[in-house]
Write a protein that binds this ligand. Structure first.
Ligand SMILES: [Zn+2]
Length: 115
């Protein structure tokens, strides 16, 4: 079993993108995870602090990503993955990856309930 390195920023606590040296902080004396966050999420940190049920925001963000990915596929004129070049597929996954964080931050920042 590998030990999680709590001193090195890795994935963002909120969206999974590459984190920087800012942590949300410990929730108790036994908490060993500084909860590193990425630069874009650090800009809406106060909005994230308001959220009680993050899973509801994640589910809604997936809906938005579905639309974003669909728009990308329509842009390149392809809906069948077998017809996509390797570069087009990689750009699709990048669109989805970036879309997750962007959508999550957008929803959290909007102050609207995601349900
Ligand atoms: Zn983030």
């Amino acid at each position: 079993m590998t030990q999680h390195d709590t001193h090195t920023p890795s994935d963002c606590h909120y969206c999974g993108e590459r984190a920087i040296g800012i942590g949300v902080g410990f929730t108790s004396a036994r908490d060993k995870d500084p909860k590193w966050i990425c630069a874009p999420c650090s800009l809406v940190l106060e909005d994230f602090r308001r959220v009680v049920r993050m899973d509801a925001y994640e589910l809604k963000a997936i809906e938005l990503v579905d639309e974003i990915a669909g728009e990308y596929c329509a842009e390149i004129g392809l809906t069948d993955m077998a017809e996509m070049s390797e570069l087009e597929r990689r750009m699709l996954w990048k669109t989805v990856w970036k879309g997750c964080g962007t959508s999550l931050r957008k929803l959290v920042r909007s102050n609207d309930a995601p349900f």
